[in-house]
Ligand binder design. Sequence first.
Ligand code: EPZ
Length: 432
Amino acid sequence: MDRLIIQGQKALCGNVDISGCKNAAVAILPASLLANDVVVLENIPDIADIKNQVRIMREMDVDVEYLDRHTLKVDSRHMKNDCANSESVRKMRASYYFLGVLLGRFKKARVAFPGGCDFGVRPIDLHIKGFEALGATVTTKAVIEMQADELRGTNIFLDFASVGATINIMLAAVMAEGTTVIENAAKEPHVVDTASFLNSMGADVKGAGTDTIRIRGVKKLHGSTYAIIPDQIETGTYMISAAVTGGDVTVHNVIPRHMDSISAKLREIGVRVIEDDDSIRVIGKGCRLRPCKVKTLPYPGFPTDMQPQIMVLLATIPGTSMINESVWDSRFKYVDQLRKLGANIDVESHLAIIEGVEKLVGTDVEATDLRAGAAMVLAGLAASGVTTVSNVNYIDRGYENMVEKLQGIGARIRRDSGREDPQLSVITGNAV
Ligand code: EPZ
């Protein structure tokens, strides 16, 4: 199993190009199956979750061709509508989008239960509530099976502004009879991007980005060429890399307004954040950083997917900070790994109390999920000495070329197959 070897305490400086948004791409790629036609998707991130979804689609006889590393051509005119026995489905949570797509196109679906990062219970009851409201009969035994004589538009109120449920109901409703209204809908940029993509195929979706989304059913959808938005969470991760190392990093190909809650929090901490049309410069160098409070919330609040990353920054700022994780039941499991680096953090249910320390000290840690893995890398970049991060496969799921992008801004980091002694590579003076 690969690991990353990092020699910390080097200020990162330079430019990072941001890739396409994982959580938009893992929705839009399955959504392309709603059109019995050819679809071309651009700015697709080159990450493991996308490769996994391509495998699932090919298992359903969808013709998926890479026109280049970031452009996919999808031809679903001869596909079958069953991915119940796919091992790949069980590897990721976003497999649940095949439920909405197969129901929306074929009015029946058989899909294995989705997998995903371990934040405690991750139900899909809101998704199923939406499918049943549209007229589907759903059974959840060994696999999830759904069938509907017809799908009829209806009003659906979501108990929680669930990203997945909002998108999945849109997918099932775009070709239903009549109009569907989703209330208390999620407003994340990837929800809006999926709605924009559906409309590019001839759907009639209005209100995405607000609490209320209205979907007027259409008879059929047609092919489209569509470019995915940049990744808000990848952007935020590299913004924090500048803050936590006292560097000066500019992230490019971004949509600054998607970053508002993260930019505002970094400014509150004392980091300089300078926005341009499609780039943001983050300067930690020479800034006196101060502790603060963070509460994760659905968009436009501070994103839960940035919670581990900002935890690392706060762990290195003397004083008392707090993080309230209000989206997931148990998303602090990675804190034990930070404690190995010397972080002083107390966790009580949804609340973390952080006593910032002067510095973290490098050691061996492991990624416990995708964003926690990114946080371990940030911690290693800030820590003295050498840090190794194992279970790199988690990071590969959602970050394209993280090692190369960090090396490009001066990080002493490299990928290792897990055999060499990391201290040796430091002692012999080899680039880490
Ligand atoms: C999406 O997950 C993202 N994943 C997650 O990002 C992200 O953390 C989450 O949204 C919140 O922003 C993808 O987009 C693939 P939710 P999702 O439905 O859709 C409860 C990453 O690192 N809930 O908004 O699963 C749920 O338990 C990943 O990129 C129900 O109770 O999140 C949670 O408490 C990690 N019933 C809350 O809602 C349901 O049917 C938020 O879940 C669905 C959700």
